[in-house]
Design a protein around this ligand. Sequence first.
Ligand code: PLP
Length: 403
Amino acid sequence: MFKINEHYGQLNESYLFSTISKKIAAYAAAHPDAKIIRMGIGDVTLPLSPAIIKALHESVDEMGAKATFRGYGPEQGYEFLRNKIAETDFRNRGINIDADEIFVSDGSKSDTGNIGDILGENNTVAITDPVYPVYLDTNIMRIGQSEKIHFLASNASNNFLPEIPNQKIDVIYLCYPNNPTGTVMTKAQLEKWVEYARKNDSLILFDAAYEAFITENDVPHSIFEIEGAETCAIEFRSFSKNAGFTGLRCSYTVVPKALKATNNKGEKIALHALWNRRQSTKFNGTPYIVQRGAEAVYSPEGQQETKALVAYYMENAKTIRKGLLEKGWTIYGGANAPYIWVQCPAEASDSWGFFDRLLDECHVVGTPGVGFGKNGEGYFRFSSFNSHENTKEAIERIKNWKI
Ligand code: PLP
């Protein structure tokens, strides 16, 4: 009999969002009049903006005309999009990234999950706890539960920003602005990680999916704002949250040409060539129509409209922060990220106890922090992806809550 990849049996069952859905469904069935407000979800709620819709329609028409129909596109993405990305997201910000170093993809989930394909199995890997679960699960799928996987604790004692490891780690996943905690690193803090990586010949996998939500000045939008990062980092960016592409699917990954690793013979190998080989073998490109939609994000109208989407969600983040601070709760994040990370009040037994009481007594849903790792126990994530009306009402209910 053929065998399975045994590592799959070592994965923690991912009960989090299915348990949440089941609990909400059961509660709604038993309390049909309850107006439940969902602040747990990490998915956008506003529709695609007009500039993007226009570009999508136009490219659909192109695909239906003999002269402009397109089949397979370049695996790395069309130049029209890569040029816009390089210019707008990097060069205009003084960062020297070339269009050739950008790989367009169908999502940062795929890319952060697949990047391990080009890395050696014996690398030590560091993952923050709590964490966006994809980094951990895809490492377990690849190398199994292993002592090579190290956890960097993010907790109240370090303001949910992990300490730099005091041992040599080969591959480090960092996500800032952070999901789930909403915390960010200042430029000076990120510089220390880059310094560590360069000193230890480590690779930083930097997930900047929430970069557009940064409002403060000394928070880097890209790891490549830090000198020398092009020799030690890969960056993942997504159109999901800044432009509402969660259902459309488009992202990109920056693999600088200066980034090298060694093979067993001690030769220096460019990761750019490896990722190119991996993508052109296993991926046939993001749809042309979608890439035209993403290109429209960079048009003057697209920039204005997508900034307005982000501002809309950040207004909710402000409402949540203000309301919960007034209630006297301890909170993190929400100033440069769409997530607010809340310490569960002492009356709640734990993250799930808090979830149950919040649902039952306020008809509000969030995400229990323990679902993102053991350091998330006792914490709770509120998302600002919702309407202003719902957010205000949810916060009013919480403020009036006798807890
Ligand atoms: N990275 C982080 C930190 C996320 O929170 C998410 C989605 O929630 C993603 C990546 C996935 O993004 P995409 O929709 O591009 O796959």
